[in-house]
Design a protein around this ligand. Structure first.
Ligand code: NAI
Ligand SMILES: CCCCC/C=C\C=C\C(=O)C/C=C\C/C=C\CCCC(=O)O
Length: 259
């Protein structure tokens, strides 16, 4: 896909990986709306990016992925301001294993991503009045390999992988011009990884050692994987892992029995 002039939405874009995805889309000429639950930070980032890129191509909407009405409003606002949506990245996510935080992790990571995906499909499918495009969901390598310090987090990321692959396998969706793929990064240098606490993981000291051993990527490393999936129109239902040691790799899974 040629990204120039395309309309994109990135959730949770005020910092970290989401911000890196916003930047790589702007670098490639897209019109980008990013959301975040933190309004002040989001507005600050929109101002900062407006000095580098055309402010006309940037829109920040304060929005919580757990709010259905908020997310519905987001899609309407973007269509009004920029036109039909071509690219959606469901990125917003958190970690947390202690009660009651773990329930919020499920709400944001699983229900937030399902909500974003369903609204994306309703707005992007050509048989629903959209123009087609691509949905990229941000899971984690923790959704595939065991994560001994964050089982709830890992379970939410496994759910995102199967949500994405299952929609991608639906022939009506492909016929309606929407490709869905999922990225599974290992550790990247963001607040989530820097601020590991006992509320976030079981045994934060051991978790820190685990992270150091595996290695920490830059957010730019993951943004390059994201860009690859946005552009490559041959990819649908792919799981792209990104790690410090092995770079980008598509993870092969058993073909569907009907294939
Ligand atoms: N940093 C890492 O090592 C990895 C991160 N990921 C995933 O990447 C995504 C982004 O993570 P990071 O950039 O590391 O985290 P981060 O904590 O730096 O950024 C997450 C952003 O999402 C926003 N957010 C949180 N809850 C929200 C909600 N309910 N609605 C809208 N926005 C909300 C936050 O305010 C924040 O700006 C997450 O889904 C995370 O699970 C996946 C693999 C590795
Ligand atoms: C140590 C748990 C941290 C939980 C939450 C904080 C940050 C999460 C970042 C990730 O999503 C990291 C991704 C993968 C880690 C999980 C399993 C590691 C397997 C790594 C490997 O095999 O290379």
């Amino acid at each position: 896909m040629d990204i120039t002039g395309k309309v994109a939405i990135v959730t949770g874009g005020a910092q970290g990986l989401g911000k890196a995805f916003v930047e790589v889309l702007l670098d490639n000429g897209a019109k980008v709306c990013f959301t975040d639950i933190r309004g002040e930070e989001g507005r600050g980032v929109a101002d900062e990016l407006g000095k580098i890129y055309s402010p006309n191509n940037i829109l920040f909407v304060e929005c919580d992925v757990t709010s259905h009405s908020g997310m519905e409003g987001l899609f309407s606002t973007v269509k009004e301001k920029f036109g039909p949506i071509n690219i959606l990245c469901n990125n917003a996510g958190i970690g947390g294993e202690a009660f009651p935080l773990w329930e919020k992790v499920v709400d944001i990571n699983v229900k937030g991503t399902i909500r974003g995906t369903l609204l994306g499909l309703n707005n992007m499918r050509t048989d629903c009045g959209g123009v087609g495009g691509t949905i990229i969901n941000i899971a984690s390598l923790a959704g595939i390999n065991p994560n001994p310090f964050g089982p709830v987090y890992a379970a939410t990321k496994a759910a995102i992988i199967q949500l994405t692959r299952s929609w991608a396998a639906n022939p009506a969706v492909l016929k309606a011009g929407v490709r869905l793929n999922v990225i599974c990064p290992s550790f990247a240098d963001t607040t989530m990884v820097r601020d590991i606490s006992e509320e976030m993981v079981y045994n934060s000291t051991a978790a820190q050692d685990f992270i150091e051993k595996i290695g920490i990527m830059t957010t730019g490393d993951v943004a390059q994987a994201f860009l690859r999936l946005v552009k490559d129109e041959t990819k649908n239902g792919s799981i792209l892992s990104v790690t410090k040691q092995q770079g980008q790799n598509f993870i092969e899974v058993r073909p569907h029995p009907v294939d």
